[in-house]
Design a protein around this ligand. Structure first.
Ligand SMILES: NC(=O)c1ccc[n+]([C@@H]2O[C@H](COP(=O)([O-])OP(=O)(O)OC[C@H]3O[C@@H](n4cnc5c(N)ncnc54)[C@H](OP(=O)(O)O)[C@@H]3O)[C@@H](O)[C@H]2O)c1
Length: 142
């Protein structure tokens, strides 16, 4: 796994800078640390951006390194001192060794402290609903 956390970045320092600059109204996550799995698209991406906007230091992951790098560059470009910094790791959370690598990256970045976990990666299995009882064929005979 390739860690994309910026070398030498200090999450605590980033959070303190956000705290010093003030948050967004009374709702703030300044000083908090968060891991959001699957943060490059959809719901996960929205959660990353909301947590960062509220001042939390956020780490995220995805399987596609190019997408992850593009997101990190985008988030870095809008960094304004009040937002929490976002870092990321390339990780397929369905693979145990990669999950362990991700947790190693998170522990290193946040100094072993994680306040928020958003376990966003998942899969929906859908199937046709069962027919209502009245339309089921009887299978027993009297
Ligand atoms: N959208 C809905 O209407 C809806 C409804 C009910 C539940 N949900 C649930 O909400 C969650 C997010 O849905 P979404 O629609 O926002 O998904 P999405 O747009 O497909 O985004 C999924 C994100 O997770 C990453 N990802 C996927 N598989 C991964 C894996 N094995 N390891 C690491 N990262 C992975 C993707 O990046 P890479 O592909 O690069 O890895 C991407 O960043 C899912 O758990 C989904 O089941 C969504």
């Amino acid at each position: 796994m390739i860690s994309m956390a910026a070398a030498g970045e200090d999450a605590a320092r980033a959070s303190s800078a956000a705290a010093a600059a003030g948050g967004r109204g009374r709702w703030t996550l300044r000083g908090m640390t968060a891991l959001v799995t699957g943060g490059t698209r959809g719901i996960g991406r929205a959660v990353v951006e909301e947590l960062a906007a509220l001042g939390a230091a956020v780490h995220t992951c995805s399987r596609n390194e190019a997408d992850l790098r593009a997101c990190l560059a985008e988030w870095d470009a809008v960094s304004d001192g009040t937002r929490g910094a976002v870092t990321g790791s390339v990780c397929d959370v369905s693979a145990r060794d990669q999950r362990e690598g991700l947790l190693g990256d998170v522990a290193a970045r946040f100094g072993g402290r994680l306040d928020i976990l958003v376990n966003n990666v998942g899969t929906n299995f859908t199937k046709a609903p069962s027919p209502p009882p009245s339309t089921r064929r009887r299978t027993t005979r009297s």
